[in-house]
Structure formats: structure tokens, C-alpha cells
Design a protein around this ligand. Structure first.
Ligand SMILES: [Zn+2]
Length: 120
């Protein structure tokens, strides 16, 4: 599955380590692009999610990471427990990445806002 990655400015909720591994997310052109906070998303080619750049000014989508610290309590039996983050995109730029507690019924890379993009 193709996805993008955003790096930096996130602390593991378990051990408080600064995350280095990057957060995977599926929005914009899906082409293993690497972003940091403040970057503008690319919309090129036919592998985009949603298929074209949406008009909505503010978008919220879920991403995932695992903690790099193998002593972290999120690591169990040598496998990391995957953590969820909420990524905020405003005017096509990534403006915020924060720890998110899933309620349990979200899809893995769900687009939460705007409502018309849910299920995209
Ligand atoms: Zn950790």
C-alpha cells in the first residue's frame, strides 16, 4: 500500500521519546513522499487520495507510527504497538500532527473531516 510519511515534532505517548520513525498517512499524492510540518501536499498523477485536491479548507485524517525506542512500553514481544495520530491540513499544508486516541470504529487511515470525504 502506498502512503506518505511526515517526520518530526511528535512525542510517544508511552515513553515521551521524540518520534524519529515518521508517521505514515494516506492523503494527497500517494508516492512515498516525505513531509514535515508546514509542507504543502502534492497532487500529481492518478494515485491521489481523494482522487483530486478537495476544496475543503481544513482536513483531518489519521496516520500511524511506531515508537523507535525498543524499551518503550508500546513494544511487546519485539513488536511495536502501532500508535495513531490526527493530522490537520489547512489550505493544503500540514499544520498539525497530534496523538489521537481512536474510539475503535475508525478505519485505519480514515479521513475524519470534512464529512463529505469520509469513506474516500
Ligand atoms: Zn515510546
Amino acid at each position: 500500500m502506498s502512503f506518505n510519511t511526515i517526520y518530526g515534532e511528535l512525542d510517544c505517548p508511552h515513553c515521551k521519546s521524540r518520534i524519529l520513525s515518521g508517521v505514515g498517512f494516506r492523503f494527497g499524492q500517494l508516492n512515498q513522499r516525505q513531509y514535515k510540518k508546514g509542507d504543502e501536499l502534492a497532487w500529481e498523477g492518478d494515485q491521489c487520495r481523494p482522487p483530486s485536491r478537495p476544496d475543503a479548507r481544513v482536513i483531518k485524517t489519521l496516520g500511524h507510527f511506531n515508537c523507535d525506542n525498543i524499551k518503550c512500553s508500546s513494544w511487546q514481544d519485539c513488536f511495536p504497538d502501532i500508535q495513531t495520530v490526527l493530522i490537520t491540513i489547512e489550505n493544503n499544508r500540514i499544520t498539525d500532527v497530534e496523538i489521537y486516541k481512536p474510539s475503535g470504529d475508525e478505519e485505519e487511515f480514515a479521513i475524519l473531516e470534512p464529512a463529505e470525504l469520509r469513506g474516500a
